[in-house]
Design a protein around this ligand. Structure first.
Ligand code: FAD
Ligand code: DLZ
Ligand code: SF4
Length: 524
């Protein structure tokens, strides 16, 4: 028996419960049987987590402030919480280091934790037991509706991992929008009723922000001091940092935005970054909101006649469908998924990814909004930044690290499949059945960005033409070996093959000129 184990056997503390920054929920499995009289809770702000990518300042501030408020919530419930702040002089800088320090003073009989949501941290967690010489119990994360094992079973033997079929299973399993064994209103998916463009609307309700309290203001000052070079500014901080405020944000979403959620889901407007989106992913991902309760509240809004089926079904699909599916894909594909690079793309990120300084209004708008809010909605992430990155052949690993850093809701389990699989098709089709590639026409249809752009979206080639038009065909041409046999691209490739040689050459020339300007660091 190791000396720590002997001392721990005599200790009055039963469990040291380690809670990570995205496990801020009283319902988290590590707290299931927690007893304030027997257990001690450990939470820590560590440089290892705060610097594995250069996170947006707002993201670090949200997590630290929500952690500190959750520690208070636990203390108010009688728990002894051992909390290490980032600037504590004794802070060892890592989860393992903080665990060792806590074990040495608390002398627990064992350690309990909920499995980390990311592969990198779970691997480290699996080494804790041998590092500290005490039993470490790692519990599954019951906040997800589909376990890793169930997803594996669902995926086994399938030729393609189509989200829609997974989603139907989740509808049946949760009973959400179900009439016995049939879907409510006799349709599983109302996407065809959505996907509309939007017009600026001064009367559209505004999303609720929260004024930072003293605890948050301390965190904002700490973040500005310790991470001066990271993206963004904390002066705009208005996130909810407590469960009560996150619930207020959720109620406001259901009341004010859910009714029109579906119809503007894919729309983009220069002056309205949020439209009718929920702005709730940050809170769901760190545990302040429970995904199933949120879906039940949306379902209630439908049955009470407050929101139409197309909006409610669309919203519920994003959460019990896409969110759960993405998590399943992550655990199926890791480790190694982050190195996927089917198109062998190696171009570095242009500087404007950090400044928003480009003449392409679609990109400058989305990147500037990202810098300001640490947020962009799904279509902005997928069809503006993601589409551009794939068309010009940016290194998918660098693209992944950018997304992981700049969005306040970014954790690898959700960000990586969305970037590598959905937006870059870098996994060669493990997840998506075809690349989400688009020319300027898509952006012109779904946004008002092109109206103020110096490039002309109707011109196909030449210096004033929208660069995406030539880049689109050049991407398909360059990657024909991997893509031309994809039956979902058959019509697109047949258009390309029917094009006369001169036109094809003009596309190639325009794309090459743009890529040269990009590589030279010239303004684009
Ligand atoms: P809404 O559009 O209002 O949707 C409601 C909820 O559905 C979201 O809060 C979220 O919980 C869920 N959801 C919707 N789409 C997805 C999806 N594809 N995957 C998982 N959950 C989804 N989401 C993250 O939470 N973290 C990320 O790091 C992240 N990175 C992304 C990167 C790319 C390239 C793309 C295309 C998508 C990414 N997403 C990510 C998914 C989606 O863009 C965000 O969940 C959404 O924009 C969050 O804003 P919202 O709460 O206003 O969502
Ligand atoms: C994202 C993040 C950051 C920036 N900092 C911390 C931290 O200091 N302490 C902590 O417990 N969690 C942090 N997080 C969230 C973690 O990265 C996240 O909980 C795990 O990586 C999940 O695998
Ligand atoms: Fe973007 Fe092209 Fe439209 Fe300009 S014209 S905003 S580059 S799609």
């Amino acid at each position: 028996m190791k000396p720590t184990q002997m001392l721990s056997m005599m200790s009055s503390t039963r469990n040291l419960i380690f809670i990570l920054g995205d496990q801020l929920s009283p319902a988290v499995s590590s707290l299931e049987d927690a007893d304030p009289g027997l257990d001690v809770i450990l939470m820590c702000e560590v440089m290892e987590e705060a610097s594995y990518v250069q996170h947006h300042k707002l993201k670090i501030a949200l997590i630290f402030s929500a952690m500190r408020h959750f520690a208070d919530e636990l203390r108010n419930n009688g728990f002894d919480v051992r909390y290490t702040m980032l600037d504590d002089p004794d802070n060892s800088g890592s989860f393992a280091g903080e665990l060792k320090r806590a074990v040495a003073t608390v002398l627990p009989q064992r350690v309990v934790a909920t499995e980390a949501s990311e592969w990198r941290v779970l691997e480290a967690m699996n080494a804790w037991q041998s590092a500290i010489g005490l039993p470490v119990e790692i519990r599954t994360d019951s906040r997800f509706l589909c376990s890793k094992a169930d997803f594996k079973t669902w995926s086994a033997g399938r030729r393609s991992l189509t989200m829609e079929y997974f989603y139907r299973e989740m509808r049946r399993r949760t009973g959400l929008l179900m009439n016995g064994t049939d879907p409510e209103a006799n349709r599983w998916n109302f996407d065809a009723d959505n996907r509309k463009p939007a017009k600026p609307d001064l009367f559209r309700p505004k999303h609720k922000g929260f004024t930072p309290d003293e605890m948050t203001r301390d965190v904002l000052a700490l973040v500005e001091k310790k991470f001066p070079k990271n993206m963004g500014s904390t002066s705009r901080f208005s996130f909810a940092v407590t469960r009560a405020d996150a619930e207020k944000a959720a109620d406001a979403f259901i009341r004010d935005f859910l009714p029109a959620f579906g119809e503007t889901q894919d729309a983009m407007l220069t002056e309205e970054p949020f439209l009718n989106h929920a702005l709730l992913s940050f809170y769901i991902n760190i545990g302040l909101l429970d995904p199933l309760s949120l879906c039940r509240a949306a379902e209630r809004a439908y049955f009470e006649g407050h929101a139409p089926i197309a909006s409610v079904e669309g919203f519920i699909r994003q959460i019990i469908g896409w969110r759960e599916y993405i998590r399943g894909i992550y655990w199926l594909a890791m480790p190694g998924y982050e190195q996927s690079n089917t198109f062998d793309a190696h171009r570095p990120l242009p500087d404007f990814f950090w400044t928003g300084d480009t003449e392409m209004v679609c990109l400058s708008t989305v990147i500037t909004q990202t810098i300001t809010h640490a947020y962009a909605h799904h279509i902005q992430r997928l069809m503006v930044v993601g589409n551009f990155s794939m068309l010009v052949g940016l290194d998918p690993h660098a693209v992944h690290e950018w997304y992981l850093a700049v969005y306040a809701d970014a954790f690898e389990w959700v960000e990586l499949p969305n970037v590598i699989g959905m937006s870059q098709f870098a996994d060669g089709g493990f997840m998506a059945s075809k690349p989400y590639a688009a020319s300027g026409a898509y952006i012109a249809r779904m946004s008002n960005y092109c109206e103020t752009c110096r490039y002309d979206v109707t011109q196909k080639t030449g210096n004033n033409a929208c660069p995406l038009n030539a880049l689109y065909w050049d991407f398909l041409d360059r990657n024909a070996e991997q893509l031309s046999k994809n039956h979902r691209l058959a019509q697109t490739y047949s258009t390309w093959h029917r094009m006369d040689a001169e036109k094809k050459q003009a596309y190639r020339k325009s794309a090459a000129a743009f890529l040269q300007r990009l590589d030279d660091g010239a303004p684009v």
